[in-house]
Ligand binder design. Structure first.
Ligand code: AMP
Ligand code: MG
Length: 401
């Protein structure tokens, strides 16, 4: 039996040959959510553009605050004041620019305006309640870098520097083939004995859509060499990457391996992870190919750990590894394993920290273990875990975005 390949090694090999898609699109900001910047965005302006008030109140010289002050002008947000004469105050509203000559803002709750003069209670510091020019962004500052996946707040940040359109990569086209004679599509009638509904197609379509990648549906492929070869070739012609599920073991009904070898090149690995031992990587012609295992939980885990980083790299994304966090195991692992285990767990805030509760059945065929969990707890090979030990966990929400 060939040695088990550590995940890091498999990942390094998969990523080595991956290049970002070449095509660039110019999109209006409102259409750019989830898309990936192809170049740095540098601000041509300062934000805010001038010193402005953080409060509704009065702008004045801090040195004048002890005296009753006439109010000489009124500055709502969006209008510009005039030079403030010493010994006077300006009525000012949140976001309005500080008039020249003023060096502090007093919030209106600390002011009394009576008989035409303003009296101020409490101490007034120079600079208080003033948001300085460039507090958020400076002229010439890189606002967001190439490779950034645009989140809602990023769209806002780009708008704040006046950016109306962005250059992003076109979505990566990813073909998904589900291999297996036993598979039926939900909605295509009742199952005969020995059959099961194709769940991998839906898990993978969802994962791709969550990552803002284009899902190309290759449907179910029969366990037959010609059907497999034909489907792989057609998929490779339409897509930037081809992903299959099932058929990568070395059984007689597993044809993916031979067909990829015939059409391109293939590495077949036994990964040192659980779930998800068999994994194939190669090319069909020039098109990268990943053969995931068939078992539904393995599909999810190997997609997240191996396919996702490849796809994100090809999509031009710079941050591809979500940070792990630490949690206390609410379970134990008594027997050290030979592979790195990715246990499906639910994280709960117990008041005494974050606790990871293990799903009862960790079999690679049990997809409920993924659906009813929100994280993967990593148990390295050769380790035992006692209840209360710290373990590293990966949040599913970070892996699926
Ligand atoms: P295989 O690697 O093709 O032998 O598949 C391993 C296991 O995963 C078998 O029990 C298959 O029935 C199951 N399986 C394969 N493909 C799918 C799929 N698309 N949906 C659900 N289960 C699958
Ligand atoms: Mg099969």
């Amino acid at each position: 039996m060939s040695a088990l390949l550590p995940l890091e090694e498999a990942l390094a090999r998969v990523l080595a040959g991956a290049e970002p898609v070449a095509d660039v699109q110019e999109l209006p900001l409102l259409e750019a959510l989830g898309r990936v910047l192809t170049r740095d965005i540098v601000s041509g302006i300062a934000v805010p553009g001038g010193d402005n008030s953080a409060m509704d109140g009065y702008a004045l010289r801090a040195a004048d605050a002890a005296h009753p002050l006439p109010v000489s002008q009124r500055i709502p947000a969006g209008s510009v004041g005039v030079q403030l004469q010493p010994g006077t105050a300006a009525r000012i509203f949140t976001g309005a620019e500080i008039p020249p000559g003023a060096d502090a803002v007093v919030m209106q709750e600390n002011c009394v305006f009576e008989n035409g003069v303003l009296s101020i209670s409490g101490e007034v510091r120079c600079g208080q309640h003033i948001r300085p020019r460039g507090q958020d962004i400076d002229v010439g500052e890189t606002v967001l870098s190439a490779g950034r996946v645009l989140r809602p707040q990023d769209l806002g940040l780009l708008a704040s520097v006046g950016c109306a359109r962005v250059a992003v990569y076109r979505p990566l086209r990813v073909a998904v083939l589900s291999t297996g004679d036993e598979l039926r599509e939900p909605g295509s009638g009742e199952l005969r004995s020995g059959q099961l509904y194709n769940s991998n197609r839906y898990t993978l379509a969802g994962l791709l859509q969550s990552l803002n990648l284009e899902f190309i549906d290759g449907g179910i492929v029969a366990d037959d060499p010609d059907a497999t070869g034909g489907a792989l070739l057609a998929a490779a012609q339409r897509a930037d990457v081809v992903i299959t599920s099932g058929g990568v073991s070395v059984g007689e009904e597993d044809h993916v391996k031979n067909q990829v070898e015939r059409l391109g090149s293939l590495d077949l690995w036994k990964l040192a992870i659980k779930p998800g031992k068999p994994l194939a990587y190669g090319r069909i012609g020039d098109t990268p190919f990943i053969g995931l295992p068939g078992n539904p939980s393995s599909v999810f885990v190997t997609f997240c750990l191996v396919a996702r980083p490849l796809l994100l790299k090809m999509q031009g994304v710079s941050e591809r590894q979500p940070p792990g966090i630490r949690a206390r195991a609410a379970f134990s692992v008594g027997k050290p394993g030979g592979r790195q285990d990715y246990l499906r767990v639910t994280l709960e805030n117990t008041g005494s920290g974050i606790q990871a509760r293990k799903f009862s059945n960790q079999s690679s065929g049990v997809l409920s273990s993924v659906s009813h969990s929100n994280a993967l707890a990593i148990v390295p090979p050769g380790t035992v875990v006692a209840e209360g030990d710290e373990v590293e966990v990966l949040l599913l929400d970070l892996l699926t975005h």
